[in-house]
Design a protein around this ligand. Structure first.
Ligand SMILES: NC(=O)c1ccc[n+]([C@@H]2O[C@H](COP(=O)([O-])OP(=O)(O)OC[C@H]3O[C@@H](n4cnc5c(N)ncnc54)[C@H](O)[C@@H]3O)[C@@H](O)[C@H]2O)c1
Length: 317
């Protein structure tokens, strides 16, 4: 049976929970917010309301009405009568399984979505009273702007719950990326982790400093990726004969690059030291708030120019 989502709670009101709460309120949903740190939800409420207005003013949500943001002081109050709970507590099995267990006992009917970046939802859902209603809905930072969210169920999640979460995300103006089964880091964080390891390694080897690498991504790869992903990129790089030609004539040359690339599993100390030194020097003129505002403004302009366009026969960008 399909769930109609009308009441939502956010549990864990750190960076990501605040972002989610603003997305739900900006999408017209009433949202209860709870954090185990005393007073944290109440303190965060004005920021969340401000971000919800920002979402609507910048047309990031199809809704024209703001939902009510209600800080509460117990988990029971937060999840009472909810159809959907977005969990964004600390990234540890201990914290997440406890919250899933408690929410499941308080409200066994609600869907519980985890923001986890790297933990297994199959493992987390075993703690809940109704594991078929638990799944992972993973956002990208800044949550109040980035359209993509990754949606995946665990071994015991019902298909209907995954579909309800995808429908909810679409109704909020998000772009759900649906995975067939879970892997640590989903898809986007895995791609990012591959690039992050190589970027750190290039800095550690002194090939380029962090500022040059960031410029290369922001003015090269990232700009192109806003239009086409890695597969369409390769298809186009193969010329008129496309991906087939690319696999035959261009892709084999990757072996020269792959042989020379990093494969370590923990970042070497030199990589961290050099990255810190370089980032300190190029980001030092601006405060955290100024950098966030600068990034958000540019993201809004890019999203405004791009919309959610995908190439289709007969379509123009
Ligand atoms: N930071 C990111 O860029 C990012 C992006 C996507 C997903 N995530 C995921 O989102 C989740 C939260 O990350 P964050 O960066 O917001 O962390 P954070 O440390 O900023 O916030 C976590 C919040 O959870 C609260 N909390 C801890 N235990 C709790 C409990 N039992 N009940 C209620 N509240 C509790 C803490 O007080 C804190 O305010 C993690 O699972 C993380 O992997 C993070």
């Amino acid at each position: 049976m399909k769930t109609r989502v009308s009441k939502i709670a956010c549990v864990g009101i750190g960076l990501v929970g605040r972002g989610w709460a603003s997305v739900f309120s900006g999408g017209g949903f009433d949202v209860s917010i709870f954090d185990s740190r005393k007073g944290a939800a109440k303190k965060a409420a004005p920021t969340i309301r401000k971000l919800a207005r920002f979402i609507q003013e910048n047309h990031l949500s199809p809704s024209q009405t703001l939902g009510v943001v209600r800080p509460v002081s117990t988990l029971a109050e937060a999840v009472d009568g909810c159809d959907y709970v977005q969990e964004s507590v600390f990234e540890s099995y201990g914290a997440k399984t406890k919250v899933f267990k408690d929410i499941g006992n308080l409200n066994p009917k609600t869907i519980i979505a985890s923001s986890t970046s790297s933990l297994s939802i199959s493992k987390i859902q075993t703690a809940a009273r109704n594991p078929s209603r638990c799944l992972s809905v993973h956002p990208l930072n800044p949550v109040y702007i980035m359209p993509a969210v990754e949606v995946v169920g665990g071994k015991r999640t019902s298909k209907e719950v995954v579909q309800t979460a995808c429908d909810l995300m679409v109704s909020l103006g998000k772009v759900p990326i649906r995975l067939n089964y879970e892997v640590p880091g989903h898809v986007i964080d895995r791609l990012q982790a591959a690039l992050w390891r190589e970027a750190l390694d290039l800095v550690a080897r002194g090939v380029a400093d962090a500022n040059e690498i960031d410029k290369g991504v922001a003015s090269g790869l990232g700009l192109r990726w806003a239009a086409v992903g890695p597969f369409l990129r390769a298809h186009l790089a193969g010329g008129e004969a496309g991906l087939e030609y690319y696999f035959e004539h261009i892709e084999p040359s990757h072996s020269h690059i792959w042989k020379d690339m990093a494969s370590w599993k923990r970042a070497p100390a030199t990589a961290k030291e050099r990255a810190l030194e370089s980032v300190r020097s190029f980001a030092s003129g601006m405060s955290y708030e100024e950098l966030v505002a600068w990034r958000d403004e540019l993201l809004l302009r890019l999203i405004g120019a791009k919309g959610n366009k995908q190439p289709r026969a007969g379509s123009t960008p």
